[in-house]
Design a protein around this ligand. Structure first.
Ligand SMILES: [Zn+2]
Length: 225
């Protein structure tokens, strides 16, 4: 493992994040979860920590933090992609806005609130950006919900409840399916609950969906301090 540099708390008020504890949680996860690059279970190897920014919705300014980059020598030996940025669950891949805020705005929109209000929650400067994020989160919620519904239909013996989901909004439907998924996994005797929650599944789906469209977020270097 290469030496870590720049691991420090970022010290801002709106999100609790420390790169050191984030790495620690990933190290624990790596004892049981397969590596996202090679698919095998092995200890987390780190390549480096890199600067990453996100928009603070209150100040509408960029906040800079460090995120770790995973390295996998097995993937390297197989000739596959061997490094990957690990994002905390409040970030959206290839986007500056905060995932928790976009989800919050998505819920408000589903409750009938205006795009203007959603724009304020996300911290966008213009309505077009807010609309784009609302659309992406809705699409991601639908994609994950479909996958979960299909896997639950295929394992019907593990699912006791069959109350209809149709009248729910996409985010509520996804949450309901995640609850059912967790119940089924407990029923199947899984002693360990995978760290899947609304944010992590939406983050993964947004990453997949963003690979299909041209990049809207150009990563800029952090300001000199
Ligand atoms: Zn690996």
């Amino acid at each position: 493992m290469r030496r870590l540099t720049g691991a420090r708390n970022c010290g801002h008020s709106t999100v609790e994040y420390s790169v050191a504890s984030f790495i620690q949680s990933f190290q624990l996860l790596s004892q049981a979860e397969p590596c996202s690059l090679c698919g095998e279970v092995h200890p987390l190897e780190l390549h480096s920590c890199v600067a990453r920014s996100y928009r603070d919705p209150e100040t509408i300014e960029d906040v800079w933090i460090k995120v770790p980059v995973r390295y996998c020598h097995r993937a390297k030996a197989l000739g596959r992609q061997c490094t990957k940025r690990l994002l905390p669950d409040f970030l959206i891949p290839f986007a500056r806005m905060r995932l928790d805020k976009v989800i919050e705005a998505g819920r408000e929109r589903e409750r009938g609130n205006t795009v203007e209000e959603c724009c304020r929650i996300i911290g966008c400067i213009d309505l077009r950006t807010a609309r784009m994020h609302l659309k992406r989160i809705e699409e991601a919620a639908k994609t994950v919900a479909l996958t979960l519904a299909e896997s639950q239909a295929a394992a019907v013996h593990l699912h006791e409840t069959d109350s209809p989901l149709r009248p729910l909004t996409p985010l509520n439907r996804l949450e309901e399916l995640l609850v059912r998924q967790k119940e089924a996994q407990l029923r199947a005797g899984w002693s360990r609950w995978r760290k899947e929650n609304l944010r992590t599944v939406l983050q993964a789906a947004l990453r997949q969906n963003m690979k299909k469209v041209p990049m809207s977020y150009v990563s800029r270097p952090p300001p000199r301090s």
